[in-house]
Design a protein around this ligand. Structure first.
Ligand code: ADP
Ligand code: MG
Length: 223
């Protein structure tokens, strides 16, 4: 199976503190696979996702993406990979309030130089896939929490990434909506043959995916 992400012996120390936030973290993520990451608040989940997504550098160790050692890339190349190969979803949707759902999903594509027509077609098709096809011209303030999070996921997928990193994506939703959004996420990851890591506090969700990693004080263990 195709390996999308590999973390090799990652350690992370923030300059403001002496202690290690991540300790010798290694993991592999393959296409069409979802890995869940659980752990108490402050255990290092977001730090791990930021490093895997090339938003932050590790203090030591290597991040391999699609068979290449991304730790060695220049900032420009990292920015390009983030735009074209990695999607991020956060607990709060971070949609741009002054743009419609459709425009929010078009924007990353326009930044990646896709034509307006192609961007619109893809945005529409993603929003339809997430069951919010009739809401595409609405603004975030006119959407429910679950709908906003679906738009945020569609936006993360806009440039057809190979890796989706979701940091407590359903953490702000009621359990029933969380389950539905999570099911949609699983379906799409399989359909697009992506690899995905989801940080979550929901152990039921975590135990239902391909791999469940738990992190405690920066140490990662596969469950
Ligand atoms: P989680 O997402 O599991 O709640 P985080 O990765 O956000 O955990 O944080 C792990 C640890 O790193 C915490 O002790 C937190 O205070 C610390 N930390 C996170 N970001 C920074 C930062 N930018 N500078 C210094 N310390 C940080
Ligand atoms: Mg976090």
């Amino acid at each position: 199976m195709h390996k999308i992400l590999e973390l090799k012996h990652i350690e992370k120390k923030y300059s403001s503190s002496d202690s290690l936030v991540l300790k010798d973290v290694s993991l592999k993520c393959f296409e069409s696979q979802i890995s869940a990451l659980t752990g108490p608040s402050g255990s290092g989940k977001s730090t791990l996702l930021h490093i895997a997504g090339l938003l932050d550098n590790s203090s030591s160790g290597e991040v391999w993406i699609d068979g290449k050692n991304a730790s060695q890339f220049s900032d420009n190349v990292k920015t390009h990979i983030r735009l074209t190969s990695i999607g991020f979803v956060y607990q709060y949707h971070h949609l741009l309030q002054e743009f419609t759902a459709l425009e929010n999903v078009m924007l990353p594509q326009l930044i990646a130089n896709r034509s307006k027509k192609a961007a619109k077609n893809r945005a529409e098709s993603l929003l339809f896939k997430f069951g919010i096809g009739e809401k595409i011209n609405m603004f975030p303030s006119e959407l429910s929490g679950g709908q906003k999070q679906r738009v945020a996921i569609a936006r993360a997928l806009a440039n057809n990434p190979i890796l989706l990193l979701a940091d407590e994506p359903t953490g702000n939703l009621d359990p029933e909506t969380a389950q539905k959004v999570f099911d949609d996420l699983l379906r799409i990851v399989n359909e697009f043959k992506m690899s995905c890591i989801i940080a979550t506090h929901n152990y039921d969700l975590a135990s239902s995916v391909h791999r469940h990693y738990a992190i405690t004080e920066g140490k990662l263990l596969q469950q």
